[in-house]
Design a binder for this molecule. Structure first.
Ligand SMILES: NC(=O)c1ccc[n+]([C@@H]2O[C@H](COP(=O)([O-])OP(=O)(O)OC[C@H]3O[C@@H](n4cnc5c(N)ncnc54)[C@H](OP(=O)(O)O)[C@@H]3O)[C@@H](O)[C@H]2O)c1
Length: 509
């Protein structure tokens, strides 16, 4: 297999990173760095995948020295793992530097340039990665300073330093475009890695394999045979400490603009001619363009918005969204959205696609359900009512695939009953699904952009989301209350009942 093909079928254990690299982590003291990025490096170190020479330079203001920083990191990783292997920890921390820096202090960037220069003389590096794990308002400011203070080239011959940028990329199309223009003045598109950590999930990476490597699905993956598609990303948690961010963002920008539309693009795209990152992205972009062109004239009939209200569950009082920290007490932000849409192309015309996501629902569960048509007649069935064939790709918490099909009830007079064939990937003994960020960090070091979002994908997805936002405002779409830790607003059920269907997460639970 070539490298790209191997990427789709890879497990990180198979490969070693050979190039020496510098990884400059802005926001190195933050939540994401502590809970995701550094733990992912720990796992890569534990698997002995990292090269002999690499440096992680973690920046932040809050700690005075490396010891203080490492003690805090240790506690975070300890909370995630049963036991930290001291040899792995030692080998990782030998490569970590803590660099106190304020984004506002030019002098700090000058000091950082000198440090990069000096470190580059010690290690012959072939890769330099700047990772912006900071609030989005700092993305452009930091990128400009990287250029102004010549950090891209300091002691590094190549002009292809990479930039990794966290979500959200802009808050609408115009702001995303402005940010992108700023970044493009400094980095070429090939060196900008926009993260959507959902793409790092094992079962998301599995979508194309399931679709394309199984003739039984590949042959039926179209409007002739598929009745409807449902994608649901349900969360049970509230907004926790991210109230300020969430109240400006809501479910539509937090979950739909990125994760849900990305999953949809992988489900709906045409088959790529090859497995290069560019080709896959081009195919996804076709879906995003279709979405952006979507006629939203019936939006009031196709959308349900909701916000969680207080509730008492098992004697515990659960706060309403408006009572959470940093949330406006009259907030109109939707914490739940269900949406029905169509793609107007030969493969999917008239196949309804139902998307749903919400906070503070009764279950944390993400899955893709593909329900097949039963539009055939067989005298053998003697008019028995059949359950539809159903393919369920389970993303989290369980990772796996379930297929519902019909079979004869034992000892009956040919009575037909539905049964399920289950593959549970995450239930297997000794199975340890790599953390999303593990694979993503591996890929950014290797320069593989397959699991990162291109500017075109981001721009069309924003155009679609902006259109929905605008329509919702113009048509004053109702915000339904739903009790915290419930199944969500009843109006979301009616959206499907009107089509004679049900949400499959409810039907299957
Ligand atoms: N947390 C998650 O699970 C998660 C998940 C997905 C995406 N993200 C995205 O990841 C990014 C980071 O999120 P986070 O939760 O890690 O944020 P966070 O916990 O608030 O961390 C922010 C980081 O920025 C640094 N910082 C802030 N102002 C600074 C300044 N003026 N100068 C220097 N450093 C400054 C902080 O360092 P000091 O306070 O030490 O100065 C800290 O390291 C955001 O874009 C977020 O949307 C986060």
């Amino acid at each position: 297999m070539n490298k790209t093909a191997d990427r789709l079928y890879r497990s990180p254990e198979d490969k070693n990173i050979e190039d020496n690299f510098q990884f400059i982590l802005f926001g190195g003291t933050g939540d994401l760095a502590h809970n995701k990025i550094i733990p992912a490096f720990y796992n890569l170190a534990a698997k002995d995948i990292l090269p002999d020479h690499y440096t992680i330079i973690a920046t932040g203001r809050r700690y005075d020295n490396k010891n203080e920083y490492l003690n805090n990191l240790y506690s975070s990783i300890e909370n995630k793992k049963e036991k930290i292997d001291n040899r792995t920890w030692q080998s990782l921390t030998d490569h970590i530097e803590y660099f106190q820096l304020s984004f506002k202090e030019n002098n700090d960037f000058e000091r950082l340039r000198k440090r990069l220069l000096q470190k580059s003389k010690e290690d012959k590096i072939s890769n330099r990665i700047f990772y912006l794990a900071t609030a989005p308002k700092f993305f452009a400011e930091i990128a400009k300073k990287l250029k102004e203070f010549n950090l891209l080239n300091a002691g590094f011959e190549h002009s292809d330093s990479r930039l990794v940028i966290e979500k959200p990329f802009g808050h609408d199309f115009e702001s995303a475009k402005k940010l992108n223009n700023t970044l493009n003045d400094i980095f070429s598109e090939k060196n900008i890695f926009r993260i959507d950590h959902y793409l790092g999930k094992e079962m998301i990476q599995n979508i194309m394999v399931i679709r394309l490597s199984n003739p039984i699905f590949r042959a039926l993956w179209n409007r002739e045979h598929i009745d409807n598609i449902q994608i649901y990303l349900n969360e049970s948690e509230g907004v926790k400490d991210r109230g300020k961010y969430y109240d400006d963002t809501g479910v539509i920008k937090d979950m739909f603009q990125n994760h849900i539309l990305q999953v949809l693009s992988l489900i709906a795209m045409e088959e790529p001619a090859n497995l290069s990152a560019q080709e896959i992205s081009d195919k996804k972009v076709e879906v995003f363009k279709e979405l952006a062109d979507n006629d939203l004239s019936d939006i009031d009939k196709h959308i349900v918005r909701g916000q969680y209200d207080s509730n008492t569950v098992n004697g515990e009082k659960i706060k309403a969204y408006r009572q959470e920290k940093q949330i406006n007490s009259e907030s109109q932000t939707a914490t739940f959205m269900a949406l029905k849409l169509f793609l107007n192309n030969d493969r999917w015309r008239n196949v309804p696609i139902y998307l749903k996501s919400g906070k503070r629902l009764n279950k944390k569960e993400a899955a893709i359900a593909v329900e097949f048509k039963d539009n055939f007649h067989s005298s053998y069935l003697q008019n028995q009512k059949l359950d539809s064939n159903l393919l369920l790709i389970k993303i989290q918490p369980e990772e796996g695939v379930s297929l519902r099909f019909n079979t004869r009830k034992p000892a009956s007079n040919n009575k037909i009953i539905p049964v399920k064939m289950e593959f549970c990937q995450s239930c297997q003994q000794f199975f340890n699904s790599p953390e999303n960020y593990e694979g993503l960090i591996y890929d950014m070091i290797e320069g593989d952009k397959t699991l990162f979002t291109s500017w075109e994908e981001v721009s069309y997805s924003w155009k679609f989301i902006d259109k929905i936002q605008q329509k919702c405002e113009e048509e004053n779409i109702e915000l339904h209350n739903y009790p915290a830790l419930s199944e969500g607003p009843e109006a979301a059920d009616r959206l499907l009942e009107a089509d004679g269907r049900k949400w499959l997460d409810k039907e299957l639970s």
